[in-house]
Design a protein around this ligand. Structure first.
Ligand code: YOG
Length: 135
């Protein structure tokens, strides 16, 4: 039985989001707005099938994937790039690799009780986010 991430999660900590956005090539004005946001994650999961929504007052982003199946991800409204993306289990962690223009791009999610962790990486930058379950 895989871990179940289903639910609603609100951000409580966001470390080096600025460095991650610089690595993605996000312009100054957009970074200043994005840095103020308090994203909410909505996970919808059926076994190995996921939809992950990242909701903010500025922009929303949604990604749907099945574990182990590579798909073409367009990071629309983020850095607007095309990636060949794969998400796999590492025990109960979700490990995503985003192959494309940027080296070392991807993310990892894991849970500890009602806390959800996310590490976003691009090039030499790692952003560490923490979320608490609210539903
Ligand atoms: O989520 O990869 O949970 O898809 C990364 C933002 C700001 C837009 C969001 C909107 C990167 C302007 C994480 C912020 C910054 C700044 C929220 C998306 C880029 C542009 C929409 C992500 C994964 C893992 C699931």
């Amino acid at each position: 039985m895989p871990a179940n991430y289903s639910g609603t999660w609100d951000i409580v900590d966001n470390e080096n989001f600025e460095g991650y956005m610089v690595a993605l090539g996000i312009d100054f004005a957009t970074r200043k707005i994005a840095g103020m946001l308090k994203p909410q994650k909505i996970f919808e999961q059926d076994g190995d099938s996921f939809t992950v929504k990242t909701l903010t007052t500025f922009r929303n982003y949604s990604s749907s994937f099945k574990i182990g199946e590579e798909f073409e991800e367009i990071t629309k409204g983020l850095d607007n790039k095309k990636c060949q993306t794969t998400v796999n289990w590492d025990n109960d962690k979700l490990v995503c690799v985003q192959k494309g223009e940027k080296k070392n791009r991807g993310w990892t999610h894991w849970m500890e009780g009602d806390t959800l962790y996310l590490e976003l990486k691009c090039e030499d930058q790692i952003c560490k986010q923490t979320y608490k379950r609210t539903a």
